[in-house]
Design a protein around this ligand. Structure first.
Ligand code: A2R
Length: 320
């Protein structure tokens, strides 16, 4: 296959670029003065795209590259790539599952603890020098006695469930279909799950099927002691409904790593000091991000050598 031409729309980690340049002719779109001119020049040759979640790849973009065969996407979520279109046109899409599972599950538990015990606000109290004036108030919420509902019991959801078992929490979940390898309580609707628990962790993919799934009705079902944690995609929660529910006392608190319009975070959420808010850092350690970058490279290498990538997404089945 020689050195296939690869388009990199945005800058990726140095070890990813270095390794890809050993085997591919890499076109760095983000460095081009005239991006349109570069695209026009290289479009007929491009066989591969390596991209992060923040550079959308839709059908219109893919159709510019008649030789395109693979899109290697960084991250487990790939809602910014139109994988269905790619699948219909014989183009592989790959993501980076598994290597981030434990890290994201760790972050989910941290968010849950922060939200339940106001640990962020307590730390701010110390840093502001207020401890010498008074102790931080007792928190009205606790993890004790809670029941955890997991919306999306997949790889990461199960890793969260394993941790939550260690914390002594009973676990229930909602997926579109019942998981066969666990005995946790299953609910065939999200509202049903929310009615059965007081603590909801959302860890589903983005996209149309989950857009605003956590809405006013679900939040009401969760109840006044309710805590919502979102470690998946910002679009999964109706942010307006969430703000209203938090302000009205429909639910109690939230721990959010993802938002609808990142990096913009609604001021109303920032103003509620008891919430735990993180800037999308679920998988963001050097260790885990490096492993994710390596899988971006390995998918492309494997495809180049064998015609088949390592972790193609469900919409783009292996064809050889
Ligand atoms: O519905 P199922 O049986 O396919 O279960 C999947 C569930 N899920 C949904 N549940 C209810 N309604 C939906 N519309 C829906 N779509 C998907 O989410 C499955 O149990 C889970 C996703 O698990 P995995 O595919 O193993 O993904 P992983 O590695 O746990 O990552 C989850 C998400 C990523 O897509 C990123 O958005 C984020 O976490 O980092």
């Amino acid at each position: 296959m020689g050195r296939p031409h690869l388009l990199m729309p945005g800058r990726m980690m140095a070890h990813v670029i270095e390794q890809l340049e050993e085997e591919f002719t890499v076109h760095r779109l983000w460095e081009a003065d005239d991006r349109e001119a570069l695209l026009e020049k290289v479009a007929p040759d491009i066989m591969a795209i390596a991209t992060g979640a923040h550079a959308p790849v839709d059908g219109a973009m893919m159709s510019r590259f008649p030789s395109l065969r693979i899109i290697s996407s960084f991250g487990v979520g790939y809602d910014t790539v139109d994988a269905a279109w790619a699948g219909e046109h014989g183009i592989y899409v790959t993501n980076t599952p598994d290597v981030l599972t434990e890290e994201v599950a760790d972050t989910a538990m941290a968010l849950l603890l922060m939200a339940a015990r106001e640990l962020g606000a307590a730390e701010r109290h110390l840093r502001a020098g207020k401890w010498t004036e008074r102790a931080y108030p007792l928190t009205t919420t606790t993890l004790r006695g809670r029941k955890l509902g997991i919306f999306g019991l997949g790889r990461i959801g199960k890793a969260i469930a394993r941790r939550a078992e260690g914390f002594g929490l009973p676990i229930a979940y909602h997926n579109r279909s019942r998981a066969t390898d666990v005995s946790y309580e299953y609910h065939d609707s999200l509202t049903g799950l929310a009615e059965a628990v007081d603590t909801l962790v959302a860890v589903v993919p983005g996209g149309d099927s989950t857009h605003h799934a956590v809405n006013a009705e679900v939040l009401k079902a969760l109840g006044p002691d309710g805590i919502v944690v979102n470690i998946g995609r910002g679009t999964v929660i109706d942010e307006h409904a969430l703000i209203e529910a938090l302000e009205n006392g429909t639910i109690r608190s939230a721990g959010l790593d993802v938002f609808e319009e990142e990096p913009k975070v609604p001021q109303a959420l920032i103003n509620m000091d008891r919430l735990a808010l993180l800037p999308h850092v679920g998988s963001a350690s050097e260790h885990t991000r490096k492993a994710m970058g390596q899988l971006v490279v390995d998918n492309l290498r494997n495809w180049k050598r064998t015609g088949i990538p390592i972790t193609p997404v469900a919409e783009t089945p292996i064809r050889g």
